[in-house]
Design a protein around this ligand. Structure first.
Ligand code: NAD
Length: 319
């Protein structure tokens, strides 16, 4: 099977799925805009969240509101979840009040949460025991990608389940890659984010060294862009304030990808490295660096992870 599909994939199936009931669980910074895109695509969407304000907002956007997790999924053909943690996903699907045992109508489950590969495999095994199709489909792209429907999905699960999930994922994103069996999407996600964490910290260190030597950070970044040290981070997410107007660093490190989420993803990567006996010294070093940075001020956890820059050259820049 071609892991990357094109837009013409099974339009007929897409049309019939448009009449299907989708339950969307978890309406935070990511889930709310993703659910809204499903409504825009024409799906009937029932939503559930522990937060009543999030529910009310989705009602105004055309969703049907469920008053508990079981009523949310009772008639759904597809369940999409976008939850914050392993504990929340485990609790929702396979906890003491988990929904999976009640899903006699065998809906498709698409879990887009970023969680450990181990929990994903546990949930998938319980689902498989009841012949429920299931994929893990964590995302890259952040709230902006969620709002614009341009998320990238890294999918784990069998090909048949991905076939069913494909049109729904396509309504929320534009890149869908099948990585392998259950849990593979999660592995791809934390590998990517660990690499982004390392490149960000390395870029911050290099720019700070150049500036300490009197170089202009914009000029240095331009040279790096066209040299062997270039990267997406240097091109689009420069950690030095003022180099790129649109980067979080130029907005007091607000917006972007929160340090607390990067720490979560580094913990997932390093937790997995322990289980699989993998060697991840740079990931470990970065976890320590970001952890240290998270203690710099009370609001640090909510700043973009490029704020790691200030560890290397606290502001104002030392002369
Ligand atoms: P968030 O904290 O903004 O939202 C999570 C939502 O889930 C909240 O509304 C919360 O009330 C709800 N919730 C928690 N437990 C629940 C339960 N048992 N039942 C129903 N609702 C429940 O989180 P987010 O930023 O939207 O992130 C969601 C997932 O996406 C996380 O796994 C995160 O790691 C991942 N992610 C986030 C980003 C980002 O930039 N925010 C980017 C990529 C991936």
């Amino acid at each position: 099977m071609n892991p990357c599909r094109n837009d013409n994939y099974n339009n007929q199936r897409r049309q019939s799925l448009n009449m299907m009931q989708i339950s969307f669980i978890g309406l935070g910074a990511m889930g709310a805009p993703m659910a809204a895109n499903l409504i825009t695509a024409g799906y009937q969407v029932t939503v559930f969240d522990l937060n009543p304000t999030a529910l009310q907002t989705m009602r105004e956007r055309g969703a049907k509101i469920a008053d508990c997790r079981h009523s949310a999924v009772a008639e759904s053909d597809v369940i999409v979840s976008m939850l914050p943690s392993d504990a929340a996903v485990r609790d929702f699907y396979i906890g003491t009040d988990g929904v999976i045992p009640s899903l006699k109508h065998r809906p498709l489950i698409i879990d887009c949460s970023t969680i450990s590969a181990e929990t994903t495999k546990q949930v998938a095994a319980v689902a498989a025991g009841l012949s429920l199709p299931i994929v893990d489909a964590p995302v890259s792209g952040g709230p902006w990608g969620a709002a614009s429907g341009t998320l990238s999905f890294m999918v784990g699960g069998d090909a048949e389940s991905l076939d069913l999930a494909y049109p729904i994922l396509k309504a929320m994103g534009n890149v869908i890659v099948h990585m392998g069996p259950a849990g593979s999407g999660q592995v791809a996600k934390f590998c990517n984010n660990m690499l982004a964490a390392v490149i960000m910290a390395a870029s911050a260190e290099a720019i700070a060294l150049g500036v300490r030597n009197g170089l202009d950070p914009s000029l240095l970044s331009d040279v790096i862009k066209n040299s062997s040290g270039g990267s997406f981070i240097i091109n689009k997410w420069n950690p030095w304030p003022g180099v790129q107007e649109e980067a979080p660093s130029s907005n007091n490190y607000d917006g972007g990808f929160q340090l607390q989420l990067m720490l979560k993803d580094l913990n997932l990567a390093l937790g997995n490295a322990e289980v699989t006996k993998s060697f991840t010294p740079l990931g470990s070093l970065c976890r320590n660096l970001y952890f240290l940075r998270s203690h710099e001020s009370p609001e640090s956890l909510y700043k973009d992870f490029s704020c790691v820059q200030t560890l290397f050259t606290p502001f104002p820049v030392r002369s």
